[in-house]
Each structure stands twice: as C-alpha cells, then as structure tokens.
Design a protein around this ligand. Structure first.
Ligand SMILES: Cc1ncc(COP(=O)(O)O)c(C=O)c1O
Length: 386
C-alpha cells in the first residue's frame, strides 16, 4: 500500500532556502528564512538561555517523564507572561512548539463540535495545513490589502459570516507573519464584540511576544479580547521570544467556564496521549529557569530589547526610502520580523535571479534578515523591479 503513495510537494520555503544555498554570488541577500538574525547575520543562543542550560546540567537529577500536562511551572510562568492574572483561570497543556499547540487546539475544537476555522488572509502558510490535518475546514477570509498595506476590518467581520456558532477564527496576537500588520486595541475590541455576538471562538496564535513594541505591549490587544469573550483557545510559541527554535517550546491555553475546565483538560490530555504521549522537557525547562530567576529574567529582557531595537532600526531605515509603487513608509509602523511587499511573482523572480535577493514567492521579507550594509543595494534592486 505504501508504494501507492503520491509524492507531496515540498514546502515552497525549502525550495527558496535550497536555491539560496546553491547561489554562488557572494553578495546574495537572504530575506526568506523566518528566524531572527543579528547585525552579523547570525542567530545566536541568548545569554540567559545558555546560563539556564548550565544550571539545568548541574541540577537535573532525572530524565524520567514529565507529567501528562507538561511542566506546570513553565505553564504558569508563560501564562503569566502572556496573559497576566487572567491566566490563572485558563486550562493549559505543554505542546511541541507553537505548531503543536495549534494542532492540539484544532483537535480540541473539533472534539467540541467545530467544523470550520476562519483564516484571515494572507495567513501563516502552515495554518491551513494544520486545520486540515485536524479534519476541520479552513475558511479563507480576506482582511488585508497588500497594495496599500492596510487592515480592512469591515471585510474581515463580514467574512466571519461564513463561520457558525462553535467554529473558530485564528488571530495572530502580534507581529503578524507574513504581514507585520497588527490590530489596534480598538480593532481587537471590535473583533471581540463581533465574535461574541456570533458565538465564534477566537483562536489566538502568539508566536512573537516581545518582538513588536515590548513584552506587555505586544499582548495588550489579545488580553483585551480575552477579557471580553467567554471562551478562547490560545497557542503560544516561545521559539522566537527565547530563541529556542529547535527545542520546540510551546503551550496551549483554553479559556472556558469553570464547570467545563476539567473536561477540557481531560480532552487535551487524551489528544496529547494518543499523539506524542508526553511533551519534551529541555526547552520548557530553560524557559522556566529564565522566567523564575530574577537575574536570568533581566538578562533575557535586556537581550530581547536589543533584538526589538535592531528590527525597529531596520524598519525605520527601509521606511525612509522611496520606491515607486511600494508604500515604504508603512514598513516602520509594522511590527516584528515580517512584511509582505506588493510585488508579483515576476518581480520576486527578477529580484532573485538578477539581484541575488531571496524572499518567499508571496514577497514576504524577513526584515531581521537584512543587514544594515545591504539596505542600499536592496532598495536599488526594489527600484529596478517595482
Ligand atoms: C504565526 C506563527 N505561529 C506559530 C508558529 C509556530 O512556531 P513553532 O512551532 O516553531 O514554535 C510560527 C512559526 O514560524 C508562526 O510564524
């Protein structure tokens, strides 16, 4: 039977990564890969993470399984960081990265009777795949105009009519991937009211806390929404905020009525048990150590502040440039690592083939991948194609 399987197309980003690697030009620029890069083009291990790992190495006495829920101190500390006091009432479970949390959340929603998940477009390209893998139907809802780089709330809310009571919508909490365009506080409140009125459950995806305006600022909107709705599902990834990508650090939180919490928890445990049984420990233990130790926490905050300042400087430098049809000035107001430029596939191909500048086919650029010294050449290339 296995021999009858048809091959699947590889992730388009992997194709770009391969082409970049094989490009012999020494002045090529990689804006494709979605990891933070410092001014020298590296993705270093954060100092606080290294220190926490040293502590773990010295102190860890066993490698026996962590419990079914995962590291409960990690869950409490991450919950507090993301949602403050209200997190005490959330059901939580550790997950295999933010992706694993998204999948757990989708499985839970399906178990609770959801059929469709709205995905404001464009979305993170893995969202539809996760939704489908959980046997839910992804519903594409337009919400962003790439040409003028603006969120269209009316279109988004009108599009939610295609979901029903008990269905959900995935909303990125901050530093939207691939747009960099975040909802304002007012827009979060408008969304909360619209979702509450329709009985549609917000599924918040928080993957870049601290990369936009600050650790608290980045979650202010999502907190306002979570305060206003009776039920919500939230997937958290700490891959970026702690630079622990490969350690697969994530968690799922669920807001529901007190009487429903035990059942929600037992469903999550059953889903996880049949999937990977117990979560991995190391990455969550690192994050727990960093957040629970005052000095490590301060060191982490300081390094995160520098990461954010670096991204903001690059955004400001790009926004100061004028490029024909691209509203460059709006790039400064956008948040986090990504922006999506109004370029068609032919323009993206020309940038790659003629200028050695790599981005995704949908023209998403990783702002953090752009070194200061490369900005003039990047802007010149944009002017040549746009
Ligand atoms: C919007 C968004 N959500 C979730 C994730 C998942 O992150 P991970 O599974 O690496 O923790 C990512 C990673 O790129 C992302 O961009």
């Amino acid at each position: 039977m296995i021999e009858t399987l048809a091959p699947k197309a590889p992730d388009p980003l992997l194709k770009i990564i391969k082409m970049f690697r094989e490009d012999p030009r020494t002045d090529k620029i990689d804006l494709g890969v979605g990891v933070y890069k410092d001014a020298t083009g590296n993705t270093p291990v954060m100092r606080a993470v290294k220190d926490a790992e040293a502590l773990l190495l010295a102190q860890q006495k066993t490698k026996t399984y962590v419990g079914q829920q995962g590291d409960v101190d990690f869950l409490r500390l991450v919950g507090q960081l993301a949602f403050g006091e209200m997190s005490r009432d959330f059901v939580s479970i550790q997950a295999v990265g933010g992706t694993g949390a998204l999948r757990l959340g989708c499985d839970l929603l399906r178990e609770s009777g959801a059929g469709r998940i709205a995905l404001p477009q464009p979305c993170w390209p893995n969202h539809p795949a996760i939704v489908r893998a959980a046997r839910l139907e992804p519903v594409e809802v337009p919400f962003f105009n790439i040409a003028d780089q603006r969120i269209d709330m009316d279109t988004l809310i009108a599009g939610l009519a295609r979901t029903g009571r008990g269905d959900a919508v995935i909303l990125q909490a901050c530093c939207h991937n691939p747009l960099g365009a975040d909802f304002s506080l007012e827009q979060w409140k408008t969304l909360a009211d619209a979702l509450d009125a329709r009985g549609v459950i917000p599924f918040v995806d928080l993957a870049y806390q601290g990369f936009g305006d600050g650790v608290d600022e980045d979650v202010a909107g999502a907190r306002a929404l979570l305060e206003r709705v009776p039920e919500a599902v939230i997937a958290v990834s700490e891959a970026k905020s702690f630079g622990v990508y490969r350690e697969r650090v994530g968690a799922l939180y669920v807001k529901t009525a007190e009487k429903a919490r035990a059942a929600a928890m037992s469903n999550l445990a059953a889903i996880a048990r049949a999937n990977y049984s117990m979560p991995p420990d190391h990455g969550a233990a690192i994050v727990r150590e960093v957040l629970s130790d005052e000095a490590l926490r301060a060191s982490w905050r300081e390094e995160l502040d520098r990461i954010r300042a670096h991204i903001k400087r690059t955004r400001a430098a790009l926004a100061a440039e004028r490029v024909n049809s691209i509203p460059m000035h709006l790039i400064a107001a956008q948040k986090g690592m990504f922006s999506t430029l109004p370029l068609n596939e032919a323009q993206v191909t020309a940038l790659r083939e003629e200028h050695g500048i790599y981005m995704t086919d949908a023209a998403r650029i990783n702002v953090a991948g752009l070194r200061e010294a490369d900005i003039p050449r990047f802007v010149e290339a944009l002017r040549a194609v746009a």
